[in-house]
Design a binder for this molecule. Structure first.
Ligand SMILES: NC(=O)C1=CN([C@@H]2O[C@H](COP(=O)(O)OP(=O)(O)OC[C@H]3O[C@@H](n4cnc5c(N)ncnc54)[C@H](O)[C@@H]3O)[C@@H](O)[C@H]2O)C=CC1
Ligand SMILES: N[C@@H](CC=O)C(=O)O
Ligand code: NA
Length: 433
């Protein structure tokens, strides 16, 4: 097999990690790939003093990589939507294979990119884009190929999980976010991490490769962790639950659920034990049952591990007829289904509710009666001593599973009570049974 020549675009956290691991483990990787994988070009806005590029040509123009006839594989590690799309489409037009860690690009422009790649007969691989170093795309597209996948749920943003973990230990949100940025975990715009956009990108990709539906990122529901308070984290713990930021995709007859939001999970569940920058993805297949994939969701060399695994796959695939390669989203184009994303009101979930009630006689009865009118059963209820001097008392309720539509109506009715102050805090809860 002939050597494969790689051009890296973007020499930041992941680009630097990829350069270092490919250089350090070159012989071992060649042994696996069946050929040498050589970095023959690098481009980024700035070079890095801490990387020894040796004789590899460096330029500040990433399009130099795409236009270099000697480059077989363009590794896109610049991030973002627009320039990255232009770069990847130009690479495809020039007949180059593409490896990317950019989930934003795939979630938003993936349908168009895969169509162009299919016409050109090139591979576009994106393992590093979903749950960083965890080979979860490989698991879903290949390892679980026998299964009808019914749902996928996971902690798929390392920064958010790092923040929630440290908040549980009493640290401040903003201080921990700064630390995650310094460690290279956060996106260029960290609101993508804390508001759930990054997780929603990854979830859209997981859902499409698990269910065989086109990418539909823009139709998903996204709620971040910026409104989660230490108070709710502590009270969820008292109820036996942990607050995790989950992406949940479920396949139903009438469509798919696609939602990212903070979620209470039982403390005894494996996923509740996943802390710090670690990610975990649970996949439910009809034949295998539940499997879970766990590991680092971000970081330089952890992410490089997935980038390089994709380069090795490309090296192996170049000698394979393009129609015999693993399809971009795991299903052959004619086997894809056009299932739509369902509105949030149609999902079913249990709920943690925190209601700031005034300490009036009968207030608990009124709240219980509203829940009952909407067919909502209470699993447990806690009425806390007030920390406020004005007579408000927090009422904390965990409900059984109910349709979100009913819960919205019940919350509306509770907020309309003169005995209830402000907005009801609601966090969804899952047991994964
Ligand atoms: N940091 C992490 O742990 C992970 C990051 N990713 C993804 O990998 C990609 C890269 O992320 P990081 O390495 O963290 O970002 P980064 O900001 O550390 O690195 C990006 C590099 O690309 C360069 N760059 C950006 N636009 C450019 C342009 N137009 N021309 C020339 N150079 C340009 C920047 O100067 C920078 O050196 C992103 O898509 C990110 O979402 C995926 C998994 C994990
Ligand atoms: N910002 C992302 C990086 C990996 O995808 C995260 O924190 O998970
Ligand atoms: Na991955």
């Amino acid at each position: 097999m002939k050597d494969v020549s790689v051009g890296i675009c973007g020499l930041g956290t992941v680009g630097g990690g990829t350069f270092n691991v490919l250089t350090r483990n070159a012989a071992l990787i060649a042994g696996r790939a069946g050929c040498n994988i050589r970095i023959t070009r690098v481009a980024s806005r700035r070079s890095r003093d801490d990387l020894d590029l040796g004789s590899v040509p460096f330029s500040t123009d990433i399009f130099d990589v795409v236009n270099d006839p000697a480059v077989d594989v363009v590794v896109e590690l610049i991030g973002g939507y627009d320039t990255a799309k232009e770069l990847v489409l130009a690479a495809i037009r020039n007949g180059k294979h593409v490896v990317t860690a950019n989930k934003a690009l795939i979630a938003v422009h993936g349908n168009e990119i895969f169509e162009a790649a299919e016409k050109a007969g090139v591979v576009v691989a994106y393992e590093a884009g979903v749950a960083g170093g965890i080979p979860v795309i490989k698991a879903v597209r290949e390892g679980l190929a026998a299964n009808r996948i019914d749902w996928i749920a996971g902690i798929i943003n390392g920064t958010g999980n790092y923040i929630l973990t440290e908040m549980r230990a009493g640290r401040e949100f903003s201080e921990v976010l700064k630390e995650a940025q310094e460690l290279g975990y956060a996106e260029a715009d960290p609101t993508f991490d804390v508001e759930g956009i990054d997780a929603a990108h990854k979830l859209a990709i997981l859902a499409s490769s698990g269910f065989g539906v086109p990418l539909q990122f823009e139709k998903g529901f996204t709620e971040g962790i910026s409104t989660i308070t230490p108070y709710d984290i502590a009270h969820a713990e008292l109820l036996g639950y942990r607050v995790k930021h989950l992406g949940i995709a479920r396949r139903r007859e009438e469509g798919i659920e696609l939602r990212v939001h903070p979620t209470l999970v039982p403390k005894s569940h494996l996923i509740a034990q996943v802390d710090g920058v670690l990610n975990a993805v649970l996949v439910d297949g009809d034949a295998v049952g539940q499997t879970m994939y766990y590991g680092p969701g971000a970081g330089d060399e952890a992410t490089a591990s997935a980038v390089i695994a994709d380069i090795v796959d490309v090296a192996r695939a170049v000698s394979t007829e393009s129609t015999l390669r693993i399809p971009y989203l795991g299903f052959q184009p004619n086997a894809m289904e056009d299932l739509d994303v369902l509105p949030m009101e149609d999902i079913h979930s249990a709920y943690y509710l925190r209601i700031q009630a005034f300490d009036h006689p009968g207030v608990l009865a009124k709240i219980a009666s509203i829940l009952s009118e909407h067919g909502i059963n209470i699993e447990s209820i806690m009425q806390k001593e007030s920390e406020f001097k004005d007579g408000r008392i927090p009422v904390i309720i965990l409900t059984h599973t109910v349709q979100e539509r009913q819960m919205n109506l019940a919350i509306e009715d509770m907020e309309a009570l003169s005995d209830v102050d402000g907005k009801v805090v609601r966090i969804r809860a899952e047991n994964f049974n």
